[in-house]
Design a protein around this ligand. Structure first.
Ligand code: URA
Length: 214
C-alpha cells in the first residue's frame, strides 16, 4: 500500500478533466459554494475511517466538508453520534464546531461527479489519495465503506482482488491489519426505497464500535 500521493487532493485538482469541468461550471453558477476537491474530515489519529462515494452536489461540494449539508449527512452524522464518534452538535455547516472522535470521513472520489456517478477512470485516478489517507494513520483498525463503489475502490487500494472480497451490506473482511466493513450507502434514494433502514445502518456502526472496543 505505498503511494507518493498526498492524503488530500489539492482543492483545484485537475487529474480528471470531466470532474474538473463540472466543478468549473458549478463555480460559474454558484460562486459562493466550495466547488473543489473536498478534504477528509476528522481525527488524524482515528482508528475508524468511514469512506463515502464522492461529494454530493449541494452537500459536501457546497459546504466543503464530507457529507455536510445533505440528507446522507443527517443520517451519517446522527449515527456517528449514536455510537460515540462525535463531540458537539452536527448542524449541516462546516463551522458547526463538530469534532469527530477516533473517526475520520473521506470519499473514494474527492470531487463531485455529475449525477453522483464517477466513471471507472475517475475512481482509479483518485485512489492514490485514498491509499495515502489510509497509510497516514498511526493505528488504523476499521474501514467502513458506504456503498459498492467505495468498497471496491478500498479493496483495490489495499491490494485485494474484488472476487475475494465481494461487497454486501454488513460484509466484513480482514485485509492485512484492518477490518473492512461495508454498508449500503446512506443516500436518500436507498433510505426512501427501504434498501437501507436506520437499523441496518446501526448494525454496521455497532460492529465498528465493538471491534474498536475489543
Ligand atoms: N456526501 C459525501 O461527502 N459523500 C457521499 O458519498 C455522499 C454525500
Amino acid at each position: 500500500m505505498t503511494t507518493d500521493a498526498p492524503a488530500e487532493a489539492p482543492k483545484d485538482c485537475d487529474l480528471c478533466p470531466r470532474l474538473r469541468g463540472f466543478i468549473l461550471e458549478q463555480r460559474e453558477k454558484e460562486p459562493d459554494w466550495f466547488n473543489g476537491a473536498v478534504p477528509s474530515f476528522g481525527d488524524p489519529d482515528a482508528r475508524l475511517l468511514v469512506i463515502g462515494l464522492a461529494p454530493g452536489l449541494t452537500g459536501a461540494n457546497r459546504t466543503g466538508r464530507p457529507f455536510t449539508g445533505d440528507w446522507a449527512g443527517d443520517l451519517l452524522y446522527g449515527t456517528l453520534a449514536k455510537f460515540g464518534f462525535t463531540e458537539g452538535q452536527y448542524d449541516k455547516r462546516i463551522d458547526d464546531g463538530l469534532i469527530l472522535k477516533d473517526a475520520m470521513i473521506t470519499n473514494a472520489v474527492r470531487c463531485v461527479p455529475p449525477q453522483n456517478k464517477p466513471v471507472g477512470a475517475e475512481i482509479n485516478q483518485c485512489r492514490p489519495f485514498l491509499q495515502a489517507r489510509m497509510a497516514a494513520f498511526p493505528d488504523l483498525k476499521v474501514l467502513l465503506c458506504l456503498g459498492k463503489i467505495s468498497h471496491d475502490s478500498t479493496v483495490r487500494a489495499l491490494g485485494g482482488r474484488l472476487k475475494d472480497y465481494p461487497f454486501g451490506h454488513a460484509s466484513e473482511y480482514e485485509i492485512g491489519e484492518v477490518t473492512l466493513l461495508s454498508s449500503y450507502h446512506c443516500s436518500r434514494y436507498n433510505t426512501n426505497t427501504g434498501r437501507l433502514t436506520e437499523e441496518m445502518f446501526d448494525t454496521v456502526f455497532a460492529r465498528a464500535r465493538a471491534l474498536l472496543d475489543g
